[in-house]
Design a binder for this molecule. Structure first.
Ligand SMILES: *Cc1c(COP(=O)(O)O)cnc(C)c1O
Length: 391
């Protein structure tokens, strides 16, 4: 009985989701399917680099396949320690702490830093893991209008003066591609004696003088005391880290439950990330190539009259409005072997459904041409449908 009513409940939720046109589906990709990827986050083309695969294989032969235990039990290896040192050095922080995923880094950091009297202030468009971290932390959380420093200051001023305050923002916004005003956020935080936490998942490896992200060495630990970076995007591997001062890292090791109660990342993955950091330092031309692809895409897409946003990062959304329109464009591109992100609510607000197009240093000029031709074809299909509909 109970089992049947559970199943009915789930079936009703599924039916509701389908009726809203919001049903999400995974597509299983064959390992060598000849498709063009404009949907992933492999901005520097490192995920498929044979040097990373080789470092991972060597790591696996040396350490075995698994992490064996949590970091605090006996899972913390010299390769993890070396990677933390390199990430601290890259971002210009005294220390860094490795997490198994960015989602867990954000949950763990917010949960560990917050007590019931803490007040959180989040940009409205922050990543889901930051919003979920606020819920897990149990601290009261307010959301300010996207990028609106005045709104943030108003909320900060209203909070109890004695409350410890934490301002939290994405560095590069994952669905919009715009970059947070780091100096502005830091100044607002300083005026209200708050700490600033930036999640630079999409900036690390891509932005900054050395690929150190939108915070990195340009904005030190005084300005941005809590810096989160992820390794599964531009660095091409998996995992994440939190960088800051010794007190922050020691506190996370003691109190961040998603750090304490999980198995250490397989050491082979850390070995691959070390190889990725070597390439990041040795091949700045990857960032230059990416920047030129972004500029070219924007010029040509503007020429086609496509609805570009203000983004100058590899995340180039085309905001099309309603979900069915986005699904139709994505399907047309799919038929041409081109993958783009089709992003709908609840990931973005209703009426702002979009194609999330991402560029990578691994794209050839021809790949970009094929994408632009596909987008032009979507426009043409819409125009002819509209002409047919008009008597
Ligand atoms: C992808 C992403 C995360 C999650 O990182 P994972 O390592 O994939 O769990 C966190 N924050 C932002 C802004 C992201 O884009």
């Amino acid at each position: 009985m109970a089992t049947a009513s559970w199943t009915q409940r789930l079936a009703a939720r599924a039916a509701e989701r389908r009726a809203q046109g919001l049903w999400r589906q995974r597509r299983t990709l064959a390992s060598r399917a000849p498709r063009l990827d404009f949907a992933g986050n492999d901005y520097l083309g490192l995920a498929g680099d044979p040097r990373l695969a080789e470092a991972m294989a060597r790591g696996a032969r040396r350490f075995g396949a698994g992490g064996r235990a949590s970091h605090l039990v006996c899972g913390h290896r010299d390769v993890h320690e070396a990677l933390e040192g390199r990430l601290a050095e890259l971002t210009g922080r005294p220390r860094a702490l490795l997490f198994s995923t960015g989602y867990m880094a954000n949950l763990g950091t917010l949960q560990a830093l917050c007590e019931p009297d803490t007040r959180l202030f989040q940009d409205r468009l922050n990543h889901a893991s930051l919003l979920d971290g606020a819920t897990l932390s149990g601290a009261p959380s307010r959301r300010f209008h996207h990028g609106d420093l005045g709104d943030l200051e108003r909320l900060l001023a209203r909070a109890p003066a004695a409350a410890p305050k934490l301002v939290v923002s994405d560095g590069v916004f994952s669905m919009d591609g715009d970059v947070a005003d780091i100096p502005g956020l830091a100044a607002a935080a300083r005026r209200h004696d708050a700490w600033l936490m930036i999640d630079d998942a999409h900036g690390l490896g891509v932005l900054g003088e050395r690929g150190d992200g939108c915070v990195g060495r340009a904005h030190g630990v005084e300005e941005v005391p809590v810096l989160v970076g992820t390794l599964g995007k531009a660095l091409g591997t998996a995992g994440a880290f939190v960088a800051g001062n010794h007190e922050l890292v020691d506190h996370l090791i003691q109190f961040a439950r998603p750090y304490v109660y999980t198995t250490a990342q397989p050491p082979s993955v850390a070995a691959a990330t070390l190889a990725a950091l070597d390439i990041l330092a040795a091949e700045p031309e990857r960032r230059a190539r990416l920047a030129s692809l972004i500029a070219r895409f924007r010029t040509e897409a503007a020429g086609l009259g496509l609805p570009l946003t203000e983004s100058h990062t590899p995340i180039q959304p085309l905001v099309l409005g309603e979900s069915p329109r986005v699904m139709a464009w994505a399907a047309r591109l799919d038929a041409r072997g081109i993958d783009v992100g089709a992003i709908r609510e609840p990931t973005v607000p209703r009426g702002q459904a979009r194609l999330r197009i991402t560029l990578s240093a691994a794209h050839a000029d021809d790949d970009l041409e094929r994408l632009l031709a596909g987008l032009a074809d979507c426009q043409a299909a819409e125009a002819s449908a509209a002409a047919e509909a008009t008597p």
